[in-house]
Ligand binder design. Sequence first.
Ligand SMILES: [Zn+2]
Length: 273
Amino acid sequence: MSRILKTGENQITQKYSKSHEAVDLVKEKNQSDLITAHSAGKVIFVQTGYKNDRGSIGNASYGNCVKIEHEDGYATLYAHLSEVYVKKGEYVKRGQVIGRMGDTGNAYGVHLHFEVQKDNKRIDPTPYLNADLPNNEKIDCVYRVWDNVKRRWLPKVKNVEDYAGIYGEAIGGFQLVTYGGGKTKLRAHVKGGPWLAEVTDGGFGSKNSEYAGIKGRGIDAIMIWSEYGDATYRAHIKGGDWLPWVQGYDIHSYNGYAGILGKEIDAIECYIA
Ligand SMILES: [Zn+2]
C-alpha cells in the first residue's frame, strides 16, 4: 500500500540523506504508476515540458513536477513526472491523481522523487510515506477575521478549534480557505449597506488574497459556500449571542445568511463536512 503511488508499494530506491533530502520510490523496475496527492491541499507550483536531462541542476533537475501546499506550513513535492494532470492554484483531495511517474529532469530510470517540506525546508519524508502530516488530519477549513478595533487580522483558526473574533470588537472582513478541494465562495453584508460582491478564497497573506468585507466597516451578515462540502457557520452578535447555525446558500440568491441586518458581528465560526 502506498499513499503516493496509485497501485504500487513504496519501494525505496534512494533514502533520505543530507545530500538527497527526499525519498525515491519505484513501482517495479522501469514501470510507471499514477501518482496521487499525499494529502489535501493547494497546488502552488507546477513545472511541465521537461524531458530526461541528466546532470541538470536546480528546479530543472526536478523535470515535470508538482508541489502541493498543506496546512501548517507543510508541502509535498513530486518530481520526474512524465505527465502532470493538475494546474497551479487548483485544490486537490488526498488520493487524487496528480500525474504519472516518469524520468524527466535529472533522473536515472523511472521513479518518483518525493519531498516533504516544512516552512520551505526539506524534512525527512520517511515517517509520512503512509501517515498523515502532523496536524493535517481533520482540517477542513481555516479562517480569520479583520478586527475593526485593533485594525488587524486576528490569528487564523481551524474549524475544529475555536471561533474567530473578539467579543465586543466588530469585524470588517473575513477570509476562509478549505483544504478538501474545490472552491469556496464568501459574501459579506455591510451594516447599513449592500451585500458585497462574492469573493473566492485566495489564500492567506498573498497579494491576491481576497476577503469578504470592507476593513473599518461593520459586517452584519455573512454567507459561506464550498464545493468541498456543506459549509455550516454561525455569527456572534456584538453585545449579544451566537445566532443559530446556517448551512450553505444558493449562490444565486440572498437566502440563508448568518447575521441580523443592522447588528454588527464580532465573531464567526465555521466547519465544512
Ligand atoms: Zn530523488
